[in-house]
Design a protein around this ligand. Sequence first.
Ligand SMILES: Cc1cc2nc3c(=O)[nH]c(=O)nc-3n(C[C@H](O)[C@H](O)[C@H](O)COP(=O)(O)O)c2cc1C
Length: 243
Amino acid sequence: MPKDRGQRYHDETRYHRHRMPREGGFRLEDPEPFKTYPNPLSVVELPPPDEEGGMPLWTALSGRRSRRDYSDRPITRQQLSQLIWGSYGVSGRYGAYYLRTAPSAGALYPVETYVVVNSVQEVEPGLYHYNPLKHHLEQLKKEELGQALARACLGQGMVATASVVFVWTAIAARSQWKYGERSFRYIYMDAGHIGENLYLSAEALRLGCCGVGAFYDDEVNQVIGVDGKEETVIYLGTVGSLH
Ligand SMILES: Cc1cc2nc3c(=O)[nH]c(=O)nc-3n(C[C@H](O)[C@H](O)[C@H](O)COP(=O)(O)O)c2cc1C
């Protein structure tokens, strides 16, 4: 049977002990490690997250499930802050590197976090980009996007009924200068860590969470306003209150 593109990618990016690929090699310029939007519609400050205590880890792990049925009770701004920090916030520093709650290959952090807010107390519905250095949200759109995003996710209703939807994009260049064609392996591994962090953070707050891998890429990119080339959606996660 002929190999599909996924198998070929995996085969062609293998490391061999005596035949290592020449990594990187197509860096044009140093990619910026953080994206910021200089002229957001507004900035939403997030309260400092709790970095200690909370639900014991084993309790969160054993209780975690994908939950898709949400009540219409909005989550709080404090909970949103905790979810964002818990999934991919800054938790330390090593020289020039700002380390995060999720590990990242080479500490390059190619993933960006956007949130589509449907119903969060004290936060207007709309699209926001997360600034991890400042732990605040940059508002990019001021409209209800839940239905449009749900349509872009193959009509999955939970995307519209969730309080907030995390949309994770990749800026592959941040990884490619170092890892070349192997980058996408690492980018998806990074996304998996971030996704599980969101699941566990939601569980610790007794909220429901579900990862979303089924989406029309171009349509999600359009909703969040990225070009699909330099930056493209790779994964989403919904969070909402439980009944
Ligand atoms: C990468 C990935 C993509 C997923 N995509 C979707 C999705 O698009 N829609 C959905 O309802 N669940 C999705 N899920 C959730 C899985 O269906 C769920 O994790 C699986 O059924 C196991 O159930 P559990 O998470 O409750 O243990 C996804 C999970 C992962 C890890």
